[in-house]
Design a protein around this ligand. Sequence first.
Ligand SMILES: [Zn+2]
Length: 274
Amino acid sequence: MSPRRSALVPLLCVVLTLPGLTGCNARPPSQPAASTPAEPEAMPSSTSPAAQDTPTTDPAVDLSGRTIAIDPGHNGGNASHPNKIARPVPDGRGGTKACNTTGTATDTDYPETDFNWGVAQKLERELEDAGAEVVMSRDDNTGVGPCVDERGTFADDADLMVSIHANGSESATPKGFHVIVAEPGSSEAVEDDSNRLADAMSKALADQFTPNSAYGKNAISRRPDLAGLNNASVPAVIVECGEMRNPDEAETMESKSGQQKYAEALMQGIVDWY
Ligand SMILES: [Zn+2]
């Protein structure tokens, strides 16, 4: 599958954030968008009250010239093709790992891949509204793969990569997000920038969600065994947004409004990283 990519944009820009504006919806709906630098035709004109259709451009955030890679974990067709996703691929550390997995689900069988895809689409829109170029690891939620090695390398020229997942624990008790970063990274510079990205993501998510410190200080887990991160040549993190078997978090993750909240938190983490 070839990555989707919008038109190239100039490389120089300045990221501006106004004090007190912490989300991407900080502009009140009644405020005119005339001062918004982004082209208005990029925003769908919709009369739907649904949260995902509300224009979300924040004039305080300008990501023009920035390229962000988003990897929505797993894929909707993985479960129907066990042999394809079981085939070994390079793990980025000289070994091999299964191409992909099916992901987890809530107790009501809402699949992780649907949640990941929903948040990724909303984050893509937030980023594009702010002028960024977005590269996605997959184009839909019905295919198979791509394999974990491609998920690390699909956007070698991006500034950073965010892989979106949700966790599935045995018990329904664990709650909260955690962020995973490769240790060691593919280079010292990538490792440093990935650690900064993990810090930014953890702080932004903690404004609205519960950090699960069982995975490490500030809910950041450093692991050598995740092929997507090991194969990444750009700063990269996996965000496990929450626990799908926790009933409270499952309810949030299954809702469009909950997915929008996750997307806005990830957006804030990206802006803070820059
Ligand atoms: Zn996952």
